[in-house]
Design a binder for this molecule. Structure first.
Ligand SMILES: Nc1nc2c(ncn2[C@@H]2O[C@H](COP(=O)(O)OP(=O)(O)O)[C@@H](O)[C@H]2O)c(=O)[nH]1
Ligand SMILES: [Mg+2]
Length: 445
């Protein structure tokens, strides 16, 4: 699902993460790509506009261009804003009174009857709700009543139906009376839908609401719906005051954008999503997980968060200053190695990165081994030696460290050589910087 948004969105995101610097034109290009991806997915234009505006606002507000890893920061902003559009936090759903009454509404074929049964099974399992009554209030199509009965039997819950009558008001009233007198825990009313809104249907639903006094009124929206579903939902919301929506058929290759737009436009939270025809194919809706899925970011965000958690910002700034001044020593290197290790191996870090980044596993593995080796050797040095690498040329010190670390002279020399080269590169970098080719404030220093 969402593959269509996915591929385009992921390309935009990939573009962003690869940049070490973000220029204004980059931001325009990336937001344009995101905009196209959303419009292609049939997300409502108003929603897209507001989404793009809030991204731009944040990018400017956080002075992203001046930060370290601006591309990754941008990905983070996109994810946060998408999560916001989708409702931000998961909508808690708790059966807190008896009988708890849920009314299912929506157009015909959207998935009301199927979702009625799914909800019953879900709540029985997750919230230990035992005595459940499904009410067949879609009375105009005998097949619809039969469908509800057969689903109720399949999941082994009670149902209330009256095939002989088309008096919806009476059926609902009798069902609710039964629920109170027989102490049901949960009642779910499956109402009738039409192919489009009509006044008679709306009036009927308003009456059902006043008779049943439901605790929740869900609007069931098919992910396959086009933009028209927004008008339908608006009318349902005006007449019934919806408490939530359920988006069905998200397992299909539906675009989903229109149904998802309902959340933002009407401020009606998405509570559940349907992900298949089977009874168990229903999940609570998590805006953040959905955003991640749409962005196809894999675990990149958790990696960024982890890195933020682990890497002490003050420390890294101090380190950068030291590098610039040519004061970087082996103790600093050890510190750096430890920080990388806290996040995980280089291999793991590379794997976390999104897109089709080709990772040369043997290379990454070798690099990881080297990091480990360096850490071991540096750990065998005294603090004085780490701070003053010149001491390391001393033969007896060298011998002591090699013995203490259990590594070979070759490995020891490799570390010393690489460290020397590292320092040389830092010096070059720093000279360029002082020559005005590099402005440390671009790095937030
Ligand atoms: N793939 C898929 N099909 C679904 C889902 N929810 C419902 N359906 C199918 O959609 C069709 C219409 O569902 P139904 O519950 O009868 O809709 P109603 O007219 O609103 O009651 C049925 O064939 C269902 O099996 C879903 O989440 N995924
Ligand atoms: Mg039905």
């Amino acid at each position: 699902m969402f593959d269509f948004i996915g591929s385009r969105m992921q390309k935009a995101i990939e573009k962003a993460t690869k940049k070490t610097q973000l220029k204004e034109t980059d931001i325009l290009e990336i937001t344009r790509d995101i905009k196209l991806a959303l419009l292609e997915a049939d997300v409502n234009l108003k929603v897209v506009k507001s989404f793009i505006d809030s991204i731009k606002e944040k990018v400017v507000g956080q002075e992203l261009m001046k930060q370290l890893n601006p591309g990754q920061q941008m990905v983070k902003i996109v994810k946060e804003e998408l999560t916001n559009i989708l409702g931000n936090k998961v909508r808690e759903f708790q059966i807190n009174k008896k009988p708890f009454i849920i009314m299912m509404t929506g157009l015909q074929g959207g998935g009301k009857t199927t979702t009625t049964a799914k909800l019953a099974a879900y709540l029985r399992k997750k919230q230990n709700i035992e005595k459940i009554l499904l009410v067949a209030a879609d009375v105009y199509r005998p097949a619809a009543i039969q469908q509800l009965i057969s689903l109720a039997k399949q999941i082994n819950v009670d149902y209330y139906e009256k095939s002989s009558s088309q008096n919806v008001d009476l059926i609902v009233k009798e069902a609710i009376d039964k629920a109170y007198s027989e102490k049901y825990d949960l009642v779910i009313i499956d109402t009738a839908g039409r192919l489009s809104i009509d006044e008679k249907l709306m009036d009927e639903l308003v009456r059902v609401k006043s008779i049943a006094k439901p605790n929740e009124i869900f609007f069931v929206a098919d992910a396959l719906s086009g933009q028209d579903i927004i008008n339908v939902a608006t009318t349902f919301n005006e007449k019934l005051k919806l408490t939530g929506s359920i988006i069905t058929k998200l397992d299909s290759d539906a675009r989903g954008g229109a149904a998802l737009s309902i959340r933002y436009l009407l401020n009606v939270p998405i509570v559940f999503i349907g992900t298949g025809e089977k009874i168990s194919n229903m999940d609570l809706f998590y805006p953040d997980r959905m955003a991640e899925r749409i962005l196809g970011m894999g675990d990149v965000l958790s990696l960024i968060e982890k890195a933020e958690e682990v890497i002490d910002e003050k420390k890294s700034k101090k380190m950068l200053h030291k590098m610039m001044k040519g004061e970087f020593d082996l103790d600093d290197l050890l510190d750096n190695l430890k920080q990388v290790k806290k996040i995980g191996s280089l291999q793991k870090i590379l794997k976390f990165l999104p897109g089709n980044l080709k990772v040369d596993n043997t290379k990454a593995e070798k690099a990881d081994e080297k990091l480990k080796l360096f850490e071991i050797i540096i750990s065998s040095m005294t603090l004085e030696e780490r701070k003053n690498p010149r001491l390391l040329k001393n033969a007896s010190r060298k011998e002591r460290i090699i013995k203490g670390s259990g590594r070979s002279a070759q490995e020891y020399n490799m570390l010393i050589n690489e460290f020397d080269q590292m320092k040389k590169r830092m010096k070059e970098f720093s000279t360029k910087a002082k020559g005005g080719q590099f402005d440390p404030s671009n790095f937030g220093i």
